[in-house]
Design a protein around this ligand. Structure first.
Ligand SMILES: Nc1ncnc2c1ncn2[C@@H]1O[C@H](COP(=O)(O)OP(=O)(O)O)[C@@H](O)[C@H]1O
Ligand SMILES: NC(=O)OP(=O)(O)O
Length: 313
């Protein structure tokens, strides 16, 4: 029986910070991701694919802001939907074309996914999720003063706008995902962490203005679809301790307790490796395996030959 895997594709695989955010650039990057995903499909896995949207949803917000005299800006939940749609379109088309070239019988479908969060999540009062392009310190000050945007320094790369990022509690559409997987269809779902929604007291869904972390949603997705493995793909081959220092040490196999100890020691940066490790630890607590590896080595990592594996013991 095919094993089920949830793969979370990092934002870098779609757009790197220094690249021009054009459609063509993103499509070229996505084609490389599709080739790696197709290799995993050929290894007989049922695949649910999820992805980031930080740069893209920030750019959509900016487009809205610049055009607001002519077209009313859409709320952030709708912008999340827009980014899910166009990134899903790029991934779906690139994957279909790669599968066709490989003469695979698998198909691909993209779902627009709503994710329930707590509308009183303290994250709404403390924006932490970087979106959009990078600014200089002077530009960041100007944007804060003129537009009221919350700005932070992001990993030594410059300043970015930040928006609230609540915890995902419940992913919608799981029955549809299961049904599609059973039909040999690769499912793209929960993109950009999903569209944050909450349920009113009388049970109606309403959108919320926030961006959910895609690693957290990837973990929830993996739990809800009962995946054996959660794979988080990024731009480094492994998780390291003392990362970036002369004595940095590659982690290959790590148990939940050890990973938690390193996390508590502050080994993993909050906006980048931190959420990936947290997601990996929480998933591994269920007795299954989480892998963090580079996009290029995804197939090797699934064979236990690359990446960092987190397991319960
Ligand atoms: N301890 C660590 N080990 C490995 N990478 C780390 C660590 N701490 C921070 N990082 C950074 O995390 C980055 C990956 O996170 P991020 O940029 O958010 O990726 P993505 O966009 O692929 O989700 C790496 O490029 C690396 O610079
Ligand atoms: N939504 C999200 O986590 O996007 P990035 O991975 O691009 O930051």
């Amino acid at each position: 029986m095919a094993k089920r895997v949830v793969i979370a594709v990092g934002g870098n695989a779609i757009l790197q910070p220094k690249q021009e955010p054009s459609f063509e650039t993103q499509m070229e990057n996505v084609k490389k991701s599709a080739e790696q995903i197709a290799k995993i499909e050929a290894m007989d896995y049922e695949i649910v694919l999820t992805h980031g949207n930080g740069p893209q949803v920030g750019n959509i917000l900016q487009q809205n802001d610049m055009a607001k005299q002519v077209v009313p800006p859409l709320p952030l939940d709708a912008c999340n939907g827009e980014s899910q749609g166009f990134i899903g379109y790029m991934l779906e088309q690139a994957l279909k074309n790669t599968l066709r070239k490989n003469q695979s019988s698998a198909n691909v479908a993209t779902l627009v996914t709503e994710v329930e969060v707590d509308r009183h999540d303290p994250a709404f009062d403390h924006p932490t999720k970087p979106v959009g392009v990078f600014y200089t310190e002077a530009e960041a000050k100007e944007l804060k003063a003129t537009k009221g945007w919350d700005m932070v320094e992001d990993g030594g790369r410059g300043y970015r706008r930040v928006v609230p990022s609540p915890m995902p509690l419940l992913i919608h559409g799981i029955d549809a995902i299961n049904h599609l997987l059973e039909q040999n269809i690769i499912v793209i779902a929960g993109g950009g962490g999903g569209i944050p929604v909450y349920k009113t007291e009388d049970g109606y869904l309403r959108g919320l203005e926030a961006v959910i972390d895609k690693d957290r949603t990837g973990r929830k997705l993996a739990e809800q679809v009962n995946a054996e493995i959660l794979v988080i793909l990024t731009d480094v081959s492994n998780v390291y301790i003392n990362y970036g220092q002369p004595d940095q040490q590659k982690l290959e196999e790590v148990c939940v307790k050890e990973a938690q100890r390193y996390l508590d020691e502050g080994q993993f940066a909050a906006g980048s490796m931190g959420p990936k490790i947290e997601a990996g630890i929480e998933f591994a607590k269920t007795g299954r395996t989480a892998i963090i590896c580079s996009l290029e080595e995804a197939d090797l990592a699934l064979q236990g030959k690359a990446g960092t594996r987190i397991s319960y013991t």
